[in-house]
Design a protein around this ligand. Structure first.
Ligand SMILES: *[C@@H]1O[C@H](CO)[C@@H](O)[C@H](O)[C@H]1NC(C)=O
Ligand SMILES: *[C@@H]1O[C@H](CO)[C@@H](O)[C@H](O)[C@H]1NC(C)=O
Length: 309
């Protein structure tokens, strides 16, 4: 009996070693890796028949992640929360929530997405809808690149004062160490102590195609809102100097290299700001026109009066 237990333990230990050699994937918790030692074969199931090989040293593309998540949902696992919208110039917010995307073999989104229905729309490189919904003949001539995301975070209450400079350093570190992004992509970090709001702008040069900002933002959104996509489930926190900050809310704005083509009546929160500005200008314009006209009319009637005399 003792011998049997020892043997069982030995087998168990051996399995453990095999497991630690290849079993899991650093950048994606749903992935299984096969093989006794690196190089391992790591595959993410995108649907019943598509095991997608992935590189566990890198972030997995958002398109693959969404597809895998839809598959898991169909199988009855895991869900994603929807996020709401709030005005900000020219930015779009993902108000639609998750869909089952079509991905290119390299993991990029196809420009046209239909969620397996007859209703289709155009997305940006972050997979967020940037056109009205149409039928399956809708033309999305190319995938428009998202070059900037604004993360709007609200942190939980803390006792000490939050230091803006420390916050910026912490955001840069997070980008570099956790997502393997160039920390210089953090363009600006703003802080509003009253609302406990942190705004982080992450931006790459227009035309740059090496950095996938949408994927990074998706990992970050999951890290802060639901649970990490990484194998390591430790909570991600930003440092406010003397204290770590836990997040209450996160809202992501996407800014594309070309303006979105969503029309007025289907406006999402993100575009209302633009329209409001335009409307104000129009109203001011009309008032100005009205005043000018009145002056002109007055002058006109004066001349008329003079002529009548
Ligand atoms: C896509 O389809 C799934 C189920 O078929 C649904 O739950 C989801 O809300 C749809 N998403 C969009 C953006 O239409
Ligand atoms: C899309 O483009 C094709 C060919 O360029 C055209 O035949 C079709 O009518 C267009 N569809 C829409 C909805 O504009």
């Amino acid at each position: 009996m003792k011998g049997f237990i020892l043997l069982a333990l030995a087998v168990f230990a051996a399995l453990q070693t095999v497991d630690s050699a290849c079993g899991s994937c650093k950048t994606m918790k749903w992935v299984d890796c096969q093989g006794a030692a690196p190089p391992c074969t790591c595959q993410l199931p995108l649907d019943e028949n598509t095991p997608q090989p992935i590189d566990c040293e890198k972030l997995v593309s958002k398109c693959f992640l969404m597809k895998a998540e839809m598959f898991r949902r169909r199988m009855g696992n895991d869900v994603r929360l929807n996020i709401g919208g709030k005005p900000h110039e020219d930015a779009i917010v993902d108000n639609d929530g998750i869909y089952d995307p079509e991905c290119e073999t390299n993991g990029k989104f196809k420009a046209k997405q239909c969620n397996k229905t007859e209703e289709c729309w155009c997305v940006n490189s972050a997979g967020v809808r940037r056109s009205d919904k149409g039928d399956k003949n809708i033309n999305c001539s190319k995938l428009v690149e998202t070059f900037m995301v604004r993360l709007e975070l609200k942190h939980k209450e803390v006792n000490s004062k939050v230091d803006e400079a420390a916050l910026k350093t912490s955001a840069k570190n997070l980008l570099q160490t956790r997502y393997q992004f160039d920390s210089n992509l953090v363009k600006e970090v703003q802080y509003d102590p009253d609302g406990r709001y942190i705004v982080i702008d992450i931006e790459k040069p227009k035309g740059e195609r090496a950095t996938d900002i949408g994927t990074m933002a998706y990992y970050m959104e999951k890290d802060l809102k639901v649970s990490p996509l990484f194998l390591d489930q430790a909570k991600v926190q930003l440092s406010g100097g003397s204290q770590n900050l836990e997040m209450d809310k996160i809202l992501v704005y996407y800014v594309d290299e070309e303006r979105p083509t969503i029309t007025m009546q289907h406006l999402t929160g993100g575009i209302i700001a633009v329209i409001v500005v335009v409307v104000l200008v129009v109203v001011f314009g009309l008032v100005a026109l009205f005043l000018v006209n009145r002056k002109r009319q007055q002058r006109y009637s004066k001349t008329q009066q003079r002529e009548q005399m």
